[in-house]
Design a protein around this ligand. Structure first.
Ligand code: BES
Ligand code: MN
Ligand code: ZN
Length: 490
């Protein structure tokens, strides 16, 4: 687990620049234009910064691009990092520019000379988010530890609340990343539930529903997925009801398959290790709840996650089995690897029965097909409500989290019609992400605003991205937190 390195914002102190022994970051906006702290760096470097700022190399840099000048003369620093960023740059560009700072932040003392940059808070957030490593399981690596981030600005009083805000956001995102990165022998359903119970310390009301309770509720579809595993299936309910008393909450529902072998419809071996991330939906829901609690959001939000493991076993469900969902609809299980929808349909139904939510969002690493369609840049978004959906897309866009709406429609339902049961759990190769959404849509009550987010391509990446190292991204925590803030508070 990595604790975020939180920024502190200080007055400009020119004398502290030359003696700083870690890294010094200079934000420059335009060729040749230096703010007072940058001028001090230039003077110490005997004009080298101005030479760079007036060079073709700088001219060619775009907002957010960066260049290291290693072991600079005249400073104690091991490097001067120049980040080009105009004061007019969008927030998400400033944040991604911060990512270039965060990449070298772990284990280092970094001093950022931001001048009068208004988006210095975004820059700092980006740095904090990028300074994450999942190295708990590396024993002989000298993993960098600690680090500090000091941002010199002309008006630190403008950033008084920024460190607390960055703490709430980054701890939520890191919580999600830790859960998603954790291997399945560590993050069993029981361990997952334990980590959620710990959110109780922050004021989240956490309830764990065990198998006998799930049985009593009629969640046979969810239980069927987990019946081949030694780990007991669980549903964890997290309540954060600090908004208007009695007002219907927003419900967040997450797929939490701690490992997806495919079950009896076993997946091919190559790449199967990636299925440790198949609890990504549950991971994001958990991270959002943590952020809401840390910032004391005045909103009513409930998070429900279905925690199961999909294993092949003598007790595992078989292709051809017919299970009854909590709603009462029967499902023919054609492929035991299409397990996420079996988990979600019961948790979504329970969420609606128990909370009559004002709106519901489910998140799931649901289909490989969404990766074929959208790659790793965008989450697949499905909805039955344009207004609700557009509000979410706006929030995602503002946070720089890719999201792209895909269609739904009754025409797709024929692909998942079963001749033995009410519905079958797969629809063939065509429109695989849409038929999955159609399946879920059957478990959404009439007039219930709903968004389904297929995060199979975005929850985890095989290469680093501007704000995260290779591995879990925490996609969706920031967008959902923003949506709550913009639409469910005050
Ligand atoms: N967890 C997978 C989807 C997935 C694939 C997530 C790749 C992340 C990366 C899901 O349970 C699954 O196996 N889906 C099947 C559905 C099919 C059997 C209809 C798939 O996408 O192949
Ligand atoms: Mn599967
Ligand atoms: Zn799965």
């Amino acid at each position: 687990m990595t604790s975020p390195i939180l920024p502190s914002f200080t007055d400009i102190n020119l004398d502290a620049i030359g003696t700083h022994s870690g890294r010094v970051v200079v934000v420059l906006s335009e060729p040749g234009k230096l703010h007072p702290a940058a001028r001090r760096v230039n003077k110490l470097m005997r004009g080298a910064l101005v030479r760079f700022a007036e060079s073709d190399a700088f001219e060619k840099m775009k907002d957010g691009d960066t260049q290291d000048i290693a072991w600079p003369t005249g400073l104690q620093a091991e490097a001067v990092q120049v980040v080009r960023l105009s004061p007019r740059a969008d927030d998400d560009v400033a944040r991604k520019a911060g990512g270039t700072i965060g990449k070298a932040l772990l284990g280092k003392d970094v001093l950022v000379l931001a001048g009068a940059l208004k988006s210095a808070d975004e820059l700092a957030l980006g740095a904090t988010l990028r300074a994450y490593a999942f190295d708990d399981h590396q024993t002989n690596e000298d993993a960098p530890e600690g680090g500090s981030l000091t941002v010199m600005v002309s008006k630190p009083e403008n950033f008084e609340t920024t460190p607390d805000n960055i703490k709430a956001l980054s701890e939520g995102v890191f919580f999600t990343r830790d859960l998603v990165n954790e291997p399945a022998n560590v993050l069993t359903t029981t361990e997952f539930a334990e980590r959620l119970i710990a959110l109780g310390d922050l004021g989240v009301k956490v309830k764990v529903l065990e198998e006998d309770e799930l049985e009593a509720l009629g969640m046979r579809a969810l239980l069927a997925v987990g019946q081949g595993s030694e780990s007991p299936s669980k549903v964890v309910v997290m309540e954060w009801l600090k908004g208007e008393k009695g007002a219907a909450p927003l419900a967040l529902v997450g797929k939490g398959v701690v490992f997806d072998t495919g079950g009896i419809s076993l997946k091919p071996g190559a790449g199967m290790e990636d299925m440790t991330m198949d609890m990504g939906g549950a991971g994001t829901v958990s991270g959002v709840m943590k952020t809401l609690a840390l910032r004391g959001a005045k909103a009513n939000v409930v998070g429900l996650v279905g925690l199961v493991e999909n294993m092949p076993d003598g007790r595992a469900q078989r292709p051809g089995d017919i299970v009854k969902s909590m709603k009462g609809d029967t499902i023919e299980v054609i492929n035991t690897d299409a397990e996420g929808r079996l988990v979600l349909c019961d948790v979504m139904w329970h969420a609606q029965e128990a909370y009559k939510p004002a709106a519901m969002v489910d998140l799931a690493t649901l289909t490989g097909a969404v990766i074929i369609g959208l790659g790793h840049e965008n989450t697949g978004v499905f909805s039955n409500d344009d207004k609700f959906c557009n509000g979410f897309l706006k929030a995602a866009n503002a946070e720089g989290e890719g999201a792209w709406r895909l269609p739904m429609g009754p025409g797709y339902d024929k692909l998942i019609k079963s001749h033995k049961a009410d519905i079958k759990n797969v629809g063939g190769r065509a429109a695989g992400s849409i038929t999955a959404a159609q399946f879920l849509g059957r478990f959404v009550k009439e007039d219930q605003p709903w968004i389904h987010l297929d995060i199979a391509g975005t929850a985890q990446l095989s290469a680093e991205s501007p704000l995260a190292p290779k591995g879990a991204t925490g996609w969706g925590v920031l967008a959902l937190n923003r949506m709550v803030k913009d639409q469910y508070e005050g």
